[in-house]
Structure formats: structure tokens, C-alpha cells
Write a protein that binds this ligand. Structure first.
Ligand SMILES: Cc1ncc(COP(=O)(O)O)c(C=O)c1O
Length: 454
């Protein structure tokens, strides 16, 4: 058992920052207005919805000034830290200079950011189109693949999440996120090659090979034999931090290319150093995609997303007028430039690797003593803990997962939840998190698991 897990109450690491006194409307008033005036589909996480009014680096503050350690980063979006001073300063400066003019005029930010992205990509992936959200980026990636190849069918992977726009909803593969409406057509979902829940059997490498072979079968049985592309997250995020053995992407990309398709890496969660070892998630699997989509952590909270590809692929969009009002917006691109600088200057990718390792080791120690933990997985600061009521049967502990979330919140730690059955803790904090934060979080999780096991 980790030595931090003594009987004393878990102590959050000290943090030299005083939140501003909150003077806005109370939680009940906000909740009532939200219930009355906002779409009921906009859900909140906790039994008693939490109101967050301030954030600083890896911490969030509620309206009473209570501090929480944020292990979910606004759903994997706050990469550098909440209100990171450098990112905020660059955005503020831009906001006070020029907020918006559109791409019909030149502005240095968009051009510089596209150049910065090219410097981080494998050679050839050096043309970027800016949009505002991950869904939009994936919509555009599929459009590019269809236009470039002249084919229509797209293969996505079961258990993947690629967005909620009508088109990207078709790529998404969870009934829980799909509405019964017409959505992205000509999409086929290949078997999910992650080993924990795979029904495929065999070693992780054999499961990966079977998963890739299923792409070939889908192409044979469900398409004209030629496809536009294949889209996949290097590590599935919403799906519960699931990934395949390293041979999967190599084999999948080969099959896709043999059938005329382009390979699209959805880096919306895995990009910008989060997986620790590499800047992009796909680099962990030794493949080079044809199109890369990104969002979330790119803007540290600013609405910024992009599609990077090769010039000849990008050029297909120029056959018609194409425009995106806010894509490449000066303030969002100022955020992107600052984010990329901060990741370098503050060694955040390395921190994701080192601190992520410490966290994963600690979670594995907890798995050894808590039967509710079925699996610990992920890389860097993209980690998942699958909770089960029966390890042998792998029965999802969906209700217990909610209880763990509630217990952790009570002790000051905010976690995410994912997986088709909602039984995976998603741990993806701002990448500035420290070793002390990790030890505190492990202490809290130890107690939360014990509480639901009791
Ligand atoms: C991997 C992935 N792709 C795409 C999206 C969609 O992004 P957005 O919500 O910005 O449209 C998400 C959102 O969670 C995501 O996790």
C-alpha cells in the first residue's frame, strides 16, 4: 500500500493563490436558470451540480472559494493549466489589439501557427486549415478524404468518439452519443482492437491483427472495395482510454491504403504532448497519417481546432469557395501559439511522461489492493481506470464509478468518466500537475475505492 495512505485526511498540496471573492449569482439561481433556459441535453456531472467560478493552473475553485484538484482539465482541454499566465497574457494582448477580421485579410497569427504545426509534424504534413471544434475538424477531414480519393465509404473504429455534429456523429461509435436522426452516412465501424473487453481472444498483438483484418472484411463486404479513408483515435478517449497493441495501426493503415483510402488520426485528445513520449499520439504507434485533426488542448480552452494534411490533399478544397468565419481567429490562434510555446518552455510533454508514470504506477498499486479496479491503462497524462464489480466476469461497475466520483469530489479531486458503460475513470489533468498532486490524488482514490467496496 502506498505510504501516503495513512489514516489522516488527505491534504491537498499547498498552493500560493487566493481566488477572488465571488460576487455573482448563487449556485441555486444559476442551476434554476440553467434548468429553465438551457437545453436539457447539457448535463452536469455530480448529484449536486458543482459550480466552478475560477481556475488557476491545475486547480479549480467553486463559488465558496473551495479549491479542487482538476484531473479532467475541462474534458482534456486545459493543456497548460487554467488561466495559464502566458496564455492569458497573449490572448489579452490580442483581444485588445484585434479580435476578429476574418481570413479575407492577412494576419500573422494564423500563418505563424500553421508554420508552428508543420514544424511539429512528420515531413509532408505541412498544410493546415483552422476551424473551431473537434467535430468540425473531423467533418472536414472526411470531406477532404472523400474529395481526394473520389471514394465515399469511411471506416471508423467501434468505441470511438469523433464528435456530435450530424456528420461526425456518424463516425462516433457509442449508441449513448448517437441520436436517432440521419447522421454521417457511408461510415462502417470496425471491431475495437483493445484487449481488455475484446471478444476476439488471443494476445494483444493477435487481437490487434484481428481488428485490422476486420477493416479488410468491412471493405470487402460493405463497400465497393475502395474507400475514402479510415479515422481513429490513437487512444480512444471518451471510449475509456482504450488502445490497441502497437501493430494495429501499422496493419490497419496498410490495409486502408491498399484500398485507396487516406488515414486520419484524430488527435483531439492525444495531441500536444499529452501521451508523454511524443507530441502526437500516432507517433507512439510508428505510423504517419495523411490527415491529422486536433482541438481541445490546442487552445487551452480557447475555441481552436485544425486539420493538418499534405498540400495535394488540401488543394482539393480549393475547387470551390470555402470559408469558416472564426477559423484562424486572431485571439484563438494567439492562444494556440502561446500553448505551443508553453509546452516547450515549461517541458509539459516531459512532465506528462514523468508525472504520468508516477500516477500510473500508483494506480497499479491501488489495483493490487482494490478488487473494484479491473484495469489501469493509458499513457502519459491520458490514463483510465476501469471499475468492475467482478474481475473475472468484467462486470462494469457503473453505479460504483459514480460513487467514486462523488467521494473524490468530497475530498477535493475532480475526475472524468467514460467508457460505453460509464465505468471508466478518466484521468487527464492539465499537464502542469505535480508529483505532490499525484500523491494526493492517489490517497483520495484509495479512500474512494475503499468506500465503495465497503
Ligand atoms: C477524440 C475526439 N474527437 C472529436 C471530439 C469532438 O470535439 P468537439 O467537442 O470540440 O466538437 C472529441 C470531443 O470530446 C474527442 O474526444
Amino acid at each position: 500500500m502506498p505510504e501516503t495512505m495513512t489514516a489522516r485526511a488527505p491534504q491537498m498540496p499547498a498552493f500560493d493563490y487566493q481566488p477572488r471573492p465571488y460576487t455573482g449569482p448563487g449556485r441555486e439561481e444559476v442551476l434554476a436558470a440553467r434548468r429553465q433556459y438551457t437545453n436539457p441535453a447539457v448535463f452536469t456531472l455530480y448529484r449536486e451540480p458543482l459550480m466552478i467560478v475560477e481556475g488557476r493552473m491545475q486547480y479549480l475553485f467553486d463559488e465558496t472559494g473551495r479549491r479542487y484538484l482538476d484531473l479532467f482539465a475541462g474534458i482534456v482541454t486545459v493543456s497548460c493549466g487554467h488561466c495559464h499566465p502566458k496564455v492569458t497574457a497573449r490572448m489579452r494582448e490580442q483581444l485588445e489589439t484585434l479580435q476578429h477580421a476574418t481570413t479575407i485579410y492577412l494576419h500573422p497569427n494564423m500563418a505563424r501557427l500553421a508554420e508552428q504545426l508543420a514544424s511539429k509534424m512528420p515531413p509532408g504534413l505541412d498544410v493546415t486549415y483552422f476551424v473551431n471544434s473537434g467535430s468540425e475538424a473531423n467533418d472536414l477531414a472526411v470531406t477532404l478524404a472523400r474529395l481526394y480519393t473520389g471514394n465515399t465509404d469511411v471506416i471508423a473504429v467501434r468505441n470511438g468518439y469523433h464528435g456530435g455534429s450530424p456528420s461526425s456523429m456518424g463516425l462516433t461509435s457509442h449508441h449513448t452519443w448517437k441520436l436517432p436522426v440521419l447522421q454521417g452516412p457511408y461510415v462502417h465501424h470496425a471491431l475495437c482492437p483493445e484487449p481488455y473487453r475484446s471478444g476476439l481472444g488471443g494476445s494483444p498483438e493477435e487481437i490487434a491483427t484481428a481488428g485490422a483484418a476486420d477493416i479488410a472484411e468491412l471493405i470487402r463486404y460493405s463497400t465497393p472495395g475502395r474507400i475514402a479513408g479510415f479515422i481513429a483515435e490513437p487512444i480512444q478517449g471518451v471510449g475509456g482510454v482504450t488502445s490497441a497493441a502497437p501493430n494495429y495501426f501499422r496493419e490497419a493503415y496498410r490495409i486502408v491504403r491498399e484500398h485507396g483510402g487516406l488515414c486520419i488520426a484524430d488527435e483531439v485528445q492525444t495531441g500536444f504532448g499529452r501521451t508523454g513520449e511524443h507530441y502526437w499520439g500516432f507517433q507512439n504507434f510508428d505510423v504517419v497519417p495523411d490527415i491529422v485533426t486536433m482541438a481541445k488542448g490546442f487552445g487551452n480552452g480557447a475555441p481552436l481546432a485544425a486539420v493538418t494534411t499534405r498540400r495535394e490533399i488540401a488543394e482539393v478544397l480549393a475547387q470551390r469557395l470555402h470559408f469558416n468565419t472564426f477559423g484562424g481567429n486572431p485571439v484563438s490562434t494567439a492562444a494556440g501559439l502561446a500553448v505551443m510555446d508553453v509546452i516547450e518552455e515549461e517541458g509539459l510533454q516531459r512532465n506528462a511522461k514523468v508525472i504520468g508514470r508516477r500516477l500510473k504506477d500508483g494506480l497499479e498499486r491501488l489495483a493490487a489492493v482494490h478488487p473494484i479496479v479491473g484495469d489501469v491503462r493509458g499513457m502519459g497524462l491520458m490514463l483510465g481506470v476501469e471499475l468492475v464489480t467482478d474481475r473475472q466476469a468484467g462486470t462494469p461497475a457503473s453505479a460504483e464509478t459514480l460513487e467514486v466520483l462523488e467521494a473524490a469530489r468530497e475530498m477535493g479531486v475532480l475526475l472524468g468518466k467514460g467508457g460505453l458503460a460509464g465505468n471508466v475513470l478518466r484521468i487527464k489533468p492539465p499537464m502542469c500537475i505535480t508529483a505532490d498532486d499525484v500523491d494526493f490524488a492517489l490517497d483520495v482514490l484509495d479512500r474512494a475505492f475503499a468506500r465503495v467496496e465497503a
